[in-house]
Design a protein around this ligand. Sequence first.
Ligand code: AHR
Length: 307
Amino acid sequence: SCGSGGSGGASGADDGSITMGFSQVGAESGWRTANTKSVQEAAKESGITLKFSDAQQKQENQIKAIRSYIQQKVDVIAFSPVVESGWDTVLKEARDAKIPVILTDRAVDSKDTTLYKTFLGSDFVEEGRKAGKWLVESFNNSTDPVNIVELQGTTGSAPANDRKAGFAEVIGADPKFKVIASQTGDFTRAKGKEVMEAFLKSNPDIDVLYAHNDDMGLGAIEAIEGAGKVPGKDIKIITVDAVKDGMQALADGKINYIVECSPLLGPQLMDLAKKVVKGETVPARVVTEETTFTQEQAKTALPNRKY
Ligand code: AHR
């Protein structure tokens, strides 16, 4: 419990109501927008008062937000860390104030795991492996070199680090797969387009694009079309997320394969928050369930896609 005793603060668990301070990464992608909506709706449904702040992809803004939640004596802090490192100091401040912290979506690399109660989110390494497996299977009857360009997510973020690692692990088994260029597109459409334009200029022979999210892939499609090439044919495209716009491009044949990453973390987050505020033990890690989509599967799934 947050152990505020009889202090009777504005938040306080005394009357059973819970206040959560949530520090979001930003609004960089369709995934993020869906995630924010999920958190806000789930808070409402479960009667949790949500204090929400958008860090615009800046760690310093997240640290400020967390400090302000500590000052406001919220019952629980949840956040999706923009990058993995550099959190120990502020997390210790939360622990000293006896405010439980839940990591959601992205992990921190802190050695001291008592700094947070649980981590709810996807297995990003596994997502990278799934992308790699599809590639290996799709090119299994050719020995020709396969030139791959990679659009990485935000530098230093867990999904960028892990999706790169999982993918490299799987394709690394066959030397015909060559990552000829790899650069960050910051998980945004605009950056994805810009970096893909540069890739196309310096590499005449790109076979595959692996983008760490749909938005960068969608930006890259514009660049590929602008260069007079056909996305999905001249250049095969693999992305991660499976938001509606990505699924539409997959159904239209412009993307070849999408590894799903679910942004709908709100309901599970609120359940975990209620438990940690009550002082109940929760699993240290809660992994989201996810699937993958081919072009045919996207056509079937699209009409019922919620985000
Ligand atoms: O942390 C999850 C990632 O962040 C999503 O895959 C990406 O779209 C978002 O910006």
